[in-house]
Design a protein around this ligand. Structure first.
Ligand SMILES: Cc1ncc(C[n+]2csc(CCOP(=O)(O)OP(=O)(O)O)c2C)c(N)n1
Length: 331
């Protein structure tokens, strides 16, 4: 892509940075809180993957939908879920986004289009197809983004979903966050072929691989996909290449990742890279970014305090909001 075409507005870039800093800060405070015993949870850190949803969400409205997975706090924060509702949900409190009934693996917040967070690998794709089909039938112009990992690209639901979305030209964007490992397994040891993106060819779908740690490239790629979906031209598969800096889940020491590979990935940490870029281009000053980081840290600490001092749900809550009343279901 030529340089002139690669330019994006400074406000957009600083907004992507703010989102990435917010994700990184909350993630670090969650890990710290879990290690110190203040928060007792299973947690899947997205550290290293911050740029992907931060860039994509810049192009989505609150009405657009996302479906994501257990490693999804970055997707949820980028889409606008207030961190205090996520913290409270993690802590199992009544003030959480699902009144404490979902827990860390099930953050849902329709107000910002976060429709499902699922622990079943690959299941974000067919659910996204359902939402996209509803948008197509209603003609409401919404797009749906399905986030999933590289491991999910070998699940049957991935192939069925790509096929159906392509045949029906659904307004859906499949975003594989390829962080190179599925639990303890290396991508090239469990995946035939070198790329997830090329699998889109088999389904006659627009498909592209992008450096998911490059904010501008990811934004441009997402913009083309979202424009295509909104104008009725159907789905896109995006393979956003990245790396996760933490273990599969909290407590996993990543011993299966060669040290050099991890060190190289951390040396190319996308968040300080974007931070330096934003300052280097004169979009924000160092002092403004430091102030932003302080504000984000304060917000995250307040979110933790809010969560840990909130009430627990009562037993009555267990059966509340679980099933829709059929007479209230919109036909
Ligand atoms: C259908 C299904 N099979 C297996 C599992 C167990 N499992 C949990 S996480 C995981 C790895 C998934 O890796 P990937 O899709 O690359 O996502 P990442 O964790 O790297 O973000 C597996 C196999 C599961 N939750 N669901």
């Amino acid at each position: 892509m030529q340089n002139a075409l690669r330019k994006i507005d400074g406000c957009v870039l600083s907004s992507i940075l703010e989102s990435a800093l917010r994700i990184r800060c909350n993630d670090e405070l969650i890990r710290e809180s879990a290690r110190s015993g203040r928060l007792n949870i299973i947690y899947y850190s997205p550290r290293g993957q911050e740029i992907i949803p931060s860039a994509i969400s810049e192009l989505l409205t609150d009405d657009d939908y996302i479906c994501t997975i257990y490693r999804g706090i970055h997707d949820q924060i980028a889409k606008g879920v207030p961190p205090k509702l996520i913290w409270a949900e993690y802590a199992g409190r009544l003030t959480g986004s699902c009144k404490g009934k979902g827990g860390p693996m099930h953050i849902t917040y329709p107000e910002k289009g976060v429709m499902v967070t699922t622990g079943i690998v690959g299941s974000s794709l067919p659910i996204a197809n359902g939402l996209a089909l509803a948008s197509q039938l209603r003609g409401d112009g919404r797009v749906t983004v399905a986030y999933f990992g590289d491991g999910a690209s070998n699940i049957g639901a991935f192939h069925e979903s790509l096929n159906m979305a392509s045949v029906w030209k659904l307004p859906v964007i499949f975003v594989c966050q390829n962080n190179r490992y599925a639990e303890h397994s290396r991508f090239d040891e469990f995946t035939a072929g070198e790329s997830v993106a090329r699998r889109g060819d088999a389904y006659g779908m627009h498909a592209v691989a992008v450096d998911g740690n490059d904010a501008e490239a990811t934004w441009h790629t997402a913009r083309a996909a979202i424009d295509r979906a909104r104008s009725g031209d159907g789905p896109t598969l995006i393979e956003a290449n990245t790396f996760r800096f933490e273990g599969h889940l909290l407590g996993d020491d990543s011993a299966y990742i060669p040290r050099q590979e991890m060190e190289a990935a951390k040396a190319a940490d996308p968040v300080p890279r974007l931070r330096a870029d934003v300052i280097g281009r004169g979009i924000l000053t160092e002092a403004q970014v430091v102030e932003l980081e302080r504000k984000i840290r304060r917000e995250a600490e307040e979110a933790r305090e809010f969560a840990l001092t909130s009430d627990w749900p009562s037993l009555d809550e267990l059966s509340c909001d679980v099933l829709a009343n059929s007479s209230e279901v919109v036909q």
